[in-house]
Design a protein around this ligand. Structure first.
Ligand code: PMP
Ligand code: PLP
Length: 525
């Protein structure tokens, strides 16, 4: 810990240094003092759990995504109208009847006979800021199972989603003197966080391509940027202390960094001494490249992987697995593989920095919602009864989610490639192997070769309006650029997601509409 502190203290923001928080409840006991064996604690300002109005919670848990036996996913209503005499209560019973009693997770005020389960008395109470012990134990176990760090002094803390974790990290590490390397197209709320914490984001060139060896951060460009910092365009800025990356299923490009590139980037971090903030919400949604010869190929549906195979052979290796010096902060979130409304996530990293994140949470959000922790923990514990470990149980669910994403991706790419606009070469697809995004590149050379970069950029705005008229929602790549001017020539793409549509038919209809939009667009030149 001493060595970690020495190395990473200079990375802390001035606000961390100014954070003087001394909790009024803590006290070191003088040596020799023997506390009363049965104290009556009049110290903590917690309401006794007897004051809580909730006695129990009943959750009906599905075994598979989209196993909505009673609901129509499109209308988000019951399949059959409930009988005329029905009340709200009857509707609920209708739902419960369709699920086996095996699927229920009941939680009571006290759970003395269920170790590992968080009872309501704890879930509804103030708790440790880093997280409740069963949840922290699960997260530590999960990191050890799926992405074991290459050093010992690491830990985890919970957070209220990776957005919150990012804010806490930049609050802790970013200042007006700090330069942050960021993929040139990125999850733009992070740019707002960097700006709000005083830092300057510098874009790193991305390769947007179907070649798995080339996808993502252009390492030659990054190397050149770092090696020649003082002669380069960013010479007026300090050398970067941080790299923020979405390494797998990158948002918005869908790119996944190869293992080789990850090793090279980690080596650069060691050489130039910067911290890697790895934001990985999409890492668990992995699939093979789309195969035109076998468009339906879905290894999850064929049960090709065990949980262990999935970790060892399918998941991209986290930067933390090659981290020997504690310079990686890995942000995981339950948003995409459980539900975003719970606002629950965790960060893994070196103990010194994790403690600093917890210190900040002490004076901001405090612990993430106890109800969210209770739901995730107790559902996993329930699944774990049929598995050799909670980690395996969780991954069994995660692989089911990944299987659905694989199917959607397959059917969506098939539908897009079957369109007239694709046939005419008006757009092409940057194939992906993870996540929920697909970058659709506009092939201006095919129908508007004469347009210069600025005119193409203006045309992209026009395309956006046409897609609105044709009834398909898209995001323009340029809207997620770190520096619009820098990335303009590489910004002629749309981000599409296949996550939110109700079903494959909707995705197929979207492909047809997109094709119509492209055809209209092309005739305007
Ligand atoms: N403000 C005051 C004055 C308090 O005493 C407390 C609870 N001890 C809080 C805020 C914390 O409130 P909450 O649980 O809503 O964060
Ligand atoms: N980070 C990235 C890269 C994302 O794409 C998203 C998703 O919207 C988030 C973070 C937000 O995650 P969370 O719901 O955990 O805050």
């Amino acid at each position: 810990m001493q060595a970690l502190e020495e190395h990473y203290k200079p990375f802390l923001s001035s606000r961390v240094e100014a954070r003087k928080f001394s909790p009024f409840w803590g006290q070191d006991l003088p040596e020799g003092l023997i506390p009363h064996p049965k104290p009556i604690d009049l110290g903590p300002g917690l309401p006794h759990e007897g004051f809580f109005p909730l006695e129990s919670m009943h959750l009906n848990v599905v075994e598979d995504p989209f196993q909505h036996t009673s609901y129509n996913t499109k209308s988000r209503k019951l399949h059959k109208p409930a009988p005329e005499t029905s009340t709200h209560f009857d509707e609920r019973r209708f739902v419960s009847d369709k699920l086996s009693s095996e699927s229920a997770v009941d939680v009571w005020r006290y759970e003395p006979d269920s170790p590992g389960v968080i009872p309501l008395s704890q879930g509804l109470q103030y708790t440790d800021t880093a997280g409740m012990k069963p949840m922290l134990d699960f997260c530590r176990g999960f990191i050890s199972y799926a992405h074991p760090p290459a050093y010992d002094e690491w830990d985890v803390t919970l957070a209220n989603g990776s957005s919150d974790a990012s804010f806490k990290i930049f609050e802790t590490l970013c200042d007006s003197s700090v330069t942050v390397l960021v993929e040139e197209f990125t999850f733009s709320p992070t740019l707002a966080i960097i700006a709000a914490t005083g830092g300057t984001a510098v874009p790193v060139k991305l390769d947007i391509t179907a070649d798995p060896d080339l996808q993502g951060i252009n390492v030659d460009h990054l190397t050149d940027l770092l090696e020649n910092w003082t002669q380069g365009p960013n010479a007026h800025l300090s050398k970067p202390k941080l790299l923020y990356t979405i390494p797998t299923g990158q948002n918005p490009t869908g790119m996944t960094l190869s293992l080789e590139k990850r090793k090279q980037i980690y080596a650069l971090a060691e050489k130039h001494d910067f911290i890697i903030i790895e934001d990985d919400p999409y890492g668990y949604l992995r699939y093979p490249f789309y195969d035109r010869e076998n468009p339906g190929y879905n290894p999850y549906a064929l049960h090709e992987y065990t949980a262990k195979d999935y970790c060892e052979k399918v998941l991209a290796k986290s930067f933390i697995t090659m981290d020997t010096s504690g310079r990686v902060l890995r942000c995981e979130t339950f948003s995409k593989v459980f539900c975003p409304g719970l606002r629950l996530s965790f960060v893994a990293g070196n103990k010194f920095l994790i403690k600093k994140l917890v210190d900040f949470a002490e004076v901001s959000s405090r612990a993430p919602s106890g109800v969210s922790q209770l739901i995730v923990n107790n559902v996993i514990q329930k699944w774990a009864k049929n598995h050799s470990s909670p980690q395996e149980a969780w991954l069994t669910w995660v692989m089911k989610v990944a299987g659905h994403y694989t199917h959607r991706r397959n059917m969506f790419v098939q539908a897009l490639e079957a369109t007239e606009a694709f046939g005419k070469g008006l757009f092409s697809l940057a194939q992906t192997t993870a996540g929920m995004f697909l970058a659709v590149e506009v092939n201006f050379d095919q129908f508007a070769k004469a347009l210069n970069t600025t005119e193409r950029s203006q045309a992209m705005q026009r395309l956006k309006l046409i897609t609105i008229e044709e009834g398909v929602g898209i995001i323009l790549g340029i809207n997620m650029a770190v520096d619009r001017h820098y990335s303009l020539a590489r910004s002629f793409f749309l981000r599409l997601t296949f996550a939110f549509a109700a079903d494959v038919e909707e995705l197929q209809e979207a492909a047809v509409r997109l094709s119509k939009a492209f055809k209209r667009f092309a005739t305007e030149f």
